[in-house]
Design a protein around this ligand. Structure first.
Ligand code: GLU
Length: 296
């Protein structure tokens, strides 16, 4: 039997906080328990927000927590060719289309519908589903817009993708979804509509790069926050379309602030760096997030 492979995959677009510490230590502990490997991956496809300084800070915080990971660390911005190859397969299969509507245009279109009393569908994160009108654009119209230099994103034609897959998709959940879902989960990718799989300048999105990398790195166990539970439905579709293996998933509790809100990178008060600067030790952090401390 091959060894289980776990990964912690932060985006270096801000400082790590207690929620990241929890996720990283849980991954490390679950890997240890399973006799598995523990990998680190830098999810830095957003090259404007992710900087070398922030990446350096992430590595420093994780080392301070007592984590050890295999090297080299996979940095997504070094592997755009891998995501481009996956995107090309989706383009060839005609399962993606260039989507030109700006955020403002989407908002306006939805406002028109809501003004006449229609309820516009929202995705599991609460964002309005993309209208998808450009799905039906003629090739000539598309080309004209591209030639004009119009910005666009590659979006998955979700209905076509689901039809192409042709079966209900599932995953094995050893943690819990927001409603306590566990065990064999039926994916509901249709609730997301036509998600972005790549940008005009960047041949990747979170959804595309995460499934490509989990497969390339041989990840067998994905352990991550519950806020990504529903996104797994999108990941299952992409895995199926691209013929990728399916890891097991474990969505864990989120660490909340005193007001019951999810911690965010923009609020520095619970950043690991700030806590360290104010004298906290790695053991203090482990205690704060309820993980048994074991720096060894
Ligand atoms: N990069 C994502 C984040 O920092 C995590 C992605 C994942 O674990 O699948 O939220």
């Amino acid at each position: 039997m091959t060894r289980p492979v776990f990964r912690f995959a932060p985006s270096p677009n801000g400082q790590l906080h207690l929620g990241h510490a929890y996720s990283a230590l849980l991954n490390r502990d679950m890997a240890r328990e399973a006799g598995g490997r523990f990998l680190l991956r830098m999810e830095d496809i957003d090259v404007t927000r992710c900087t070398p300084e922030l990446e350096h800070g992430v590595l420093r915080d994780l080392a301070w927590l007592g984590l050890h990971w295999e090297v080299p660390v996979r940095r997504q911005s070094d592997h755009f060719d891998d995501y481009r190859a996956a995107l090309d397969r989706l383009i060839d299969a005609e399962l993606v289309y260039p989507a030109f509507m700006t955020r403002g245009e989407v908002r306006a279109r939805i406002a028109e519908h809501e003004a006449i009393g229609e309820r516009w569908p929202r995705d599991p994160d609460g964002a309005p589903v993309y209208p998808g009108e450009d799905r039906h654009m003629s090739l000539r119209e598309r080309q004209a817009l591209i030639d004009e230099g119009a910005p666009f994103a590659w979006r998955l034609d979700m209905a076509a993708a689901i039809a192409h897959v042709g079966t209900t998709l599932c995953w094995e959940e050893t943690g819990q979804g927001p409603e306590g879902e566990t065990g064999l989960i039926h994916a509901r990718p249709e609730t997301w509509g036509d998600v972005v799989v790549a940008r005009k300048e960047i041949p990747a999105s979170y959804h595309l790069s995460v499934v490509v990398d989990d497969a390339l790195q041989g990840i067998t166990h994905v352990v991550r926050g519950r806020d990504l539970f529903h996104a797994t439905g999108v990941h299952r579709v992409l895995q199926e379309l691209l013929g990728l293996p399916v890891p097991r998933y474990h969505h864990h509790d989120l660490i909340l602030d005193d007001d019951g809100r999810k911690l965010s990178k923009s609020r520095g008060d619970t950043s690991l760096a700030a806590l360290r600067d104010s004298g906290a030790t790695p053991d203090d952090i482990a205690r704060m997030i309820g993980v048994p401390s074991s720096a060894a």
